[in-house]
Design a protein around this ligand. Structure first.
Ligand code: G3P
Length: 218
């Protein structure tokens, strides 16, 4: 499973890109609203930092506008993937852009049937949301598992990009079930990494090393 980062915050992306674990990034209008600066410049910088697929979301309600905005976003950088909602209009725009060789990530996907439609429209990625199901006391991972199972059986080329990831458990379970990608908020990356026994072990090793050096110099 590849790891993408789900943010438009350049400082957070730069820090975690330094870990050497990122294969791409995703953004959305809510994440972009949390940062200042020119939208296209932000996308360009994210492409430089992750050097992989970067999802940039179209905000429009009709197919022609979705297609023209998608073309504009794709022209920013070859690594840009156009993000479109899993709606009637999103499907129409996805099939049009896919025919032009522009990669699309269909987002706000919540069911296997929506994901099957996204794949049939030629989407490069489909983003099933986990956390927003959990928010309404439903089983987000269960719905993701249905999609992963259906895609494995149908041999779709579309990659399953687990999204709306809220916890390290979401990441682990997405990997265990065979999702192709998980897009992860910066906070969850830090939660994935930290373990108190690792921190305590590093401290102990450093103390023991220092004690040995002190004895040697005595
Ligand atoms: O970017 C798409 C998805 O990851 C959004 O997550 O937490 O707003 O449901 P969230």
């Amino acid at each position: 499973m590849k790891l993408f980062i789900d943010t438009a915050n350049l400082a957070d992306i730069e820090e975690i890109a330094g870990w050497g674990v990122l294969s791409g990034a995703t953004t959305n209008p809510t994440l972009l609203a949390q940062v200042e600066g020119d939208e296209d410049d932000i996308y360009r910088r994210i492409c430089e930092l992750v050097d992989g697929p970067v999802s940039a979301e179209v905000v429009a309600d009709d197919v022609p506008t979705m297609v023209s905005e998608g073309r504009r976003l794709a022209a920013i950088d070859p690594r840009i993937v156009v993000k479109l909602p899993t709606s009637r209009e999103g499907l129409g725009a996805t099939s049009a852009l896919a025919r032009e060789g522009i990669r699309v990530n269909m987002t706000l996907c919540f069911t296997a049937n929506q994901a099957i439609l996204a794949a049939s429209a030629g989407a490069a990625y489909v983003s099933p949301f986990i956390g927003r199901y959990d928010d309404i006391n439903e089983d987000g991972l269960g719905h993701l598992a249905e999609i992963v199972e259906a895609f494995a059986a149908s041999a779709f080329d579309t990659q399953v990009l687990a999204a709306s990831v809220r916890t390290p458990v979401h990441v682990m379970e997405a990997a265990r079930m065979g999702a192709d990608v998980a897009t992860i908020p910066p906070k969850v990356f830090h939660q994935m990494l930290h373990h108190p026994l690792t921190a305590a072990g590093i401290d102990q090793f450093n103390r023991d090393h220092a004690a040995r050096l002190a004895r040697k110099d005595a």
